[in-house]
Ligand binder design. Structure first.
Ligand SMILES: Cc1ncc(COP(=O)(O)O)c(C=O)c1O
Length: 328
């Protein structure tokens, strides 16, 4: 998705709903120079049959955002429920009837020179129509990056800290120039961590395996959803354990997960086919389950979804309560 965003889009900035063209920050803003911001990424999925837009696990996303802001001692003075209300209001004001990506960002906003931080924080929420991040219909070719994943005691990978994404940008840029679709990071100790903007799973001997959250990965909400679907819908055993690089070359299936990426099968890794080089049966089933769950088609997972238009008559904040009562 490389197209520039429409400047008439309504965004939440400085405590108000304003057109994107009015949401501007100064050139000396601390976060611009030092990367001192924390962002989040949510998706809302349009379901044509129900004529409804569902925000996926918004409370979990906003809880994670607020916790991770705490790592940088940035205060977001709104509860996850209030943030859900703002999200619904943004969708309605923009009249979205398509898949949407939501990008909350909180940052150190003082306009001066000097890396030390103070209590001047600002935050915003942007929602925009968004299609596929990676074109994975035929499966991806991933390459192990020569860049190592950042260590928790340097910049914590579990938080979406703006400056930390230089690590992802370097790996992504290297991968694309080398002809790969996506990069795979190893940790300093040589274990598989994750993709540049996504978590990673492999299937070996019928088990679904993903690196533990202590291996410098972002604690992905899609990762969590996939683990639940794999166990609940497919009856698979799921293991969180370190993965060696060479296991990528001998596994039965490999795929990436993330809010932007979705569930993206990897069919080649470092110029070697994964198994027979075709998209595997387990990842196909998980893609289908995830699609159904995010469109409200699976009753057991409707608790993940916040409907945007069902609460049309009431204020946006009521949508959160309605999600708990009328969707289930
Ligand atoms: C580095 C990284 N890993 C994993 C993920 C996946 O996390 P989630 O499923 O919560 O979107 C993301 C992105 O969103 C990411 O940036």
């Amino acid at each position: 998705m490389k197209a520039e965003a429409d400047q008439n889009l309504i965004v939440y900035f400085g405590g108000q709903y304003v057109p994107l063209r009015e949401a501007r920050v100064g050139i000396l803003t601390h976060a611009l120079h030092y990367g001192t911001g924390v962002f989040e990424g949510l998706r809302a999925y349009w379901d044509e049959p129900a004529q409804e837009l569902f925000v996926m696990r918004p409370v979990e996303h906003y809880e994670r955002w607020k916790q991770n802001c705490g790592i940088l001692r940035i205060e977001v003075p709104a509860s996850p429920e209030e943030l859900c209300g703002i999200t619904v209001e943004l969708m309605r004001r923009n009249g979205f009837r398509t898949n949407v990506y939501v990008r909350p960002i909180a940052y150190k906003s003082a306009e001066r020179i000097g890396v030390s931080t103070d209590d001047q924080d600002a935050w915003a929420v942007i929602a925009l129509p968004y299609g596929d991040y990676l074109h994975a219909e035929k499966g991806l070719h991933a390459g192990v990056s020569s860049w190592r994943r950042i260590e928790d005691n340097a910049i914590p990978a579990r938080a979406k800290i703006c400056g930390a994404y230089v690590n992802s940008a370097l790996a992504s840029d290297e991968a694309r120039h080398a002809g790969f679709d996506e990069a795979i990071f190893l940790t300093e100790s040589g274990h598989v961590a994750e993709g540049a903007t996504c978590n990673i799973f492999m299937v070996r001997k019928g088990k679904l395996i993903t690196p533990p959250i202590t291996d410098n990965v972002l604690e992905g909400i899609t990762r969590d959803s996939i683990m639940e679907l794999a166990q609940g819908e497919l009856g698979l055993q799921v293991l969180e354990r370190p993965i060696d690089r060479s296991e990528l070359y001998v596994c039965d299936e490999l795929f990436l997960t993330g809010t932007a990426v979705g569930i993206a099968p990897v069919v080649r890794v470092d110029h070697r086919p994964v198994k027979d080089g075709a998209i595997g049966a387990i990842v196909r089933q998980l893609q289908q389950s995830y699609f159904d769950a995010t469109r409200g088609h699976l009753r057991a997972y409707r608790r993940w979804l916040l409907p945007v238009y069902r609460a049309q008559q009431g204020p946006a904040k009521d949508a959160v309560r309605l999600a708990e009562t009328s969707v289930a």
